[in-house]
Design a binder for this molecule. Structure first.
Ligand SMILES: [Zn+2]
Length: 494
């Protein structure tokens, strides 16, 4: 089955063909660098990381470009609050962005242009739009005239006369009064007192938000790209505006495919700073949630649908990851003891066994080709991992067992297949947890129950660090906790 992707532009799931054979150009809308990244970013960049890995795995040469918006009202506001500069705030948050994305195992984009470094391209695109009669200047601002783009509204599939104004909150009252049509948007904003500004044919000022992506796509990837990515909150007006600007400016289609990921809710509510349920990636990792647990949690959901982030669901993902991890680590931990076959001397045997994994590999490929069905892909991984997990458990209980050549070969191929396919989803073994010293079964039942009670109290007091610490302490003593619905915690000896 060929790769099929849900294209927001047509509302259909379509077979993906790149413009140039074997090469794929991708642009992904990046972050406005005024703060740390949150769970919504984690979801978005993890799923697009899987898309990229999948394409690379299939042999495509992928060029992945993602921008940094480093000039924006939010950054200026943050700089004023901190008594620092726009540059200081954005430089710091770009570093933090890389730290978080690296921690999550997300492949770095090939190029990451910044708005302030693409001013020439931005200015020349605005000039082209003005020359074509699609931009007009008013009191130092330059606006895009949406009525000049015949297809305006196609991506969001809505009639603009029904749209609410100011959907992205980045438009001021003053701007509103200067526009010819309420849906027109600023391409260039005239300089304001005390704010950084840049020169332009329309006077000093700075670029609007939407134009930077259009200019960067053109600069980095050309007139028409294969895939444009972003969160579903960007469909309107941001992506609609990108299309209008780019397509009038170049006369070409901006992107063949538009893919959008769903939003993240927290315990059933929209995540927002005002509701106090805003979760940064950093806070989550500092709570001891592993990057792989978070990845598994995110990939269990359909990427286009909204997903609910709850402690219970996260714990379930953590248990799921623990099982998968024990299988992924088996080869790393025990390769010497199990005497893995040497690649060369046993290549014939290995290739014979590999055939038995062709069917499973094909199933994995087919589900990912079905608009990135990552939850089905995870099921395939769990299926491959099952016998490896049993062996890992057995080795922990009884030590290394002697295996026949056939068993060793089969195990080796199974483990290799698991590692290869897991890497397509960006999952790889985390050894740390398994290196904990274990004094098995040294705790009495009442000691265990006392710890469970303490952990329950810590969770009730929202002290998740302590709760996780208690769980880990028990784990190092060979006790695994299983949280069940209704706040009941069971335990088993491992
Ligand atoms: Zn963008």
């Amino acid at each position: 089955m060929a790769l099929r992707l849900r294209n927001t532009l047509t509302g259909k799931t379509e077979v993906f063909y790149p413009i140039k054979p074997n090469e794929v150009s991708i642009y992904c809308c990046g972050v406005t660098v005024y703060d740390l990244c949150h769970l919504g970013h984690a979801r978005s960049y993890i799923i697009w990381d899987v898309l990229r890995r999948h394409l690379i795995w299939q042999g495509y040469k992928v060029t992945f470009v993602q921008n940094f918006t480093d000039i924006d009202d939010k950054i200026l506001k943050r700089a004023a609050e901190e008594n620092s500069t726009m540059l200081e705030v954005s430089e710091r948050n770009i570093k933090e962005f890389h730290k978080d994305m690296d921690a999550l195992g997300i492949l770095r984009p090939d190029r990451m242009p910044r708005a302030t470094k693409c001013l020439d391209e931005i200015r020349s695109m605005i000039s082209r739009l003005a020359a074509k009669g699609a931009a007009y200047s008013k009191d130092g601002d330059v606006y895009f005239a949406v009525m000049k783009h015949a297809d305006y509204g196609q991506l969001s599939g809505r009639d603009i006369s029904e749209q609410k104004l100011n959907a992205d909150g980045r438009v001021t009252k003053k701007e509103e009064s200067r526009k010819e049509n309420p849906f027109d948007f600023a391409l260039w904003k005239g300089a304001k007192e005390g704010e950084p500004s840049f020169s332009s044919p329309w006077g000093n000022g700075r670029p609007g938000w939407h134009i930077e992506c259009s200019a960067m796509v053109l600069k980095e990837l050309g007139e028409t790209i294969d895939i444009h990515l972003g969160g579903s909150d960007l469909i309107f007006p941001h992506h609609e505006n990108e299309i209008a600007q780019s397509e009038i400016s170049t006369g070409k289609k901006l992107s063949q495919f538009w893919l959008h990921n769903g939003m993240v809710n927290v315990e059933g509510q929209k995540m927002s700073k005002s509701l106090g349920n805003f979760t940064t990636i950093r806070a989550l990792l500092e709570r001891g949630i592993s990057a792989m647990t978070l990845r598994l949690f995110i990939l269990q959901a359909n990427y286009r649908k909204p997903m609910d982030f709850t402690d219970l669901a996260l714990e379930a993902a953590s248990a799921g990851w623990k099982g998968l991890n024990s299988a992924l680590c088996l080869g790393l931990l025990y390769s010497n003891d199990l005497n893995w076959p040497e690649e060369k001397s046993t290549s014939h045997k290995v290739s014979q066994i590999q055939e038995t994994y062709e069917e499973i590999r094909q199933r994995f490929l087919d589900v990912l080709n079905d608009d990135l069905n990552t939850s089905a892909a995870l099921s395939v991984l769990f299926e491959i991992a099952r016998p490896l997990r049993s062996l890992a458990n057995q080795i922990e209980r009884e030590g290394i067992k002697a295996l026949s050549d056939k068993e060793t070969n089969d195990l080796y191929t199974r483990w290799n297949t698991l590692v290869e396919l897991a890497a397509v989803l960006g999952l790889k073994g985390e050894l740390k947890n398994r290196e904990l010293p274990k004094e098995k079964n040294s705790l009495s039942q009442s000691q265990i129950e006392l710890s469970i009670d303490k952990r329950k109290k810590a969770k009730a007091a929202k002290d998740f660090t302590k709760a996780d610490q208690i769980r880990q302490e028990l784990q190092s003593q060979g006790i695994e906790l299983i949280d069940k619905p209704g706040g009941v915690t069971d335990w088993i000896k491992i």
